[in-house]
Design a protein around this ligand. Structure first.
Ligand code: ZN
Length: 246
């Protein structure tokens, strides 16, 4: 891998992001997170095919927008790495991408009449009616639901539009941010939002944030991400070190 201080810092932060997402239950053995290369907008950093909770700096590869590693070309990658490559290609402002199969999100991917909407001040990044990507529209009715080609990644990136989250029917979600930390923060609170919304729906008709409330809350939270990050990082490092027996 090329060597520079900014690249080393990006790799280190991506390792922490992997551990946080595992520790917070957003990914388990599956799911992944990437960051756009700090010096090369046409490249991104993503682990080789490894469970996020076990990822270390040696696992991080540099990918081109063709979803192939620039070096270490024989390392097996995630099947769904096209999610990342095609979102970075289609959305130049995106700097971080999280793909998750979090269980709480799944009901909102399969019930058309229950769109995921911002329900609390921590999830103002959601817009009303988070889009649902229907893979049948692009891959027919006998796919394995995975984004395993550039063509499917391209369709998913188009479905994202200018949202922070795109739901994937029967599969999970993909979340983007203008920083890696923001994409992680949004993944965690999208999952929180889903749990609150499902609980509220069981009680009655929920009141959602207005567009103005959502925008204000998002601006406030974006300024406070580092406070949560420092706590999540410490907890994640302690818990993943225990897992590894370190
Ligand atoms: Zn997936």
């Amino acid at each position: 891998m090329e060597d520079s201080n900014t690249l080393r810092a990006a790799v280190e932060e991506l390792v922490v992001a992997n551990h946080i997402l595992f520790d917070r239950g957003i990914v388990d053995g599956f799911g992944h997170v990437s960051v756009r290369h700090p010096d090369r907008p046409d490249r991104f950093l993503l682990s080789r095919n490894r469970a996020p909770g076990l990822v270390s700096a040696q696992d991080i590869l540099v990918y081109g927008l063709d979803a192939e590693p620039v070096d270490r070309k024989d390392e097996p990658g995630y099947l769904e790495r096209f999610i990342h490559s095609e979102i970075y290609r289609a959305h130049p402002e995106v700097m971080g991408v999280v793909h998750s199969h979090a269980v709480s999100m799944l009901p909102f991917t399969v019930v058309a009449g229950a769109p995921l909407c911002p329900i609390c001040h921590m999830s103002g990044f959601l817009k009303r009616g988070t889009p649902i990507f229907e893979i049948r529209d692009h891959a027919g009715d006998a796919s394995d639901l995975l984004i395993r080609s550039a063509a499917l990644g391209c369709q998913l990136a188009a479905a994202l539009e200018d949202h922070a989250v795109v739901l994937m029917r029967g599969h999970g979600m993909t979340v983007v941010g203008r920083t890696l930390r923001q994409s992680v923060f949004r993944s965690i609170y999208a999952e929180v939002n889903a749990r609150i919304q499902a609980t509220a729906a069981s009680l009655g008709t929920a009141t959602f944030l207005t567009e103005g409330e959502a925008a204000q809350a998002d601006a406030t939270n974006t300024g406070a991400i580092n406070r949560a990050w420092d706590l999540w990082a410490l907890a994640a490092e302690q818990n993943t070190a225990r897992l590894r027996g370190a």
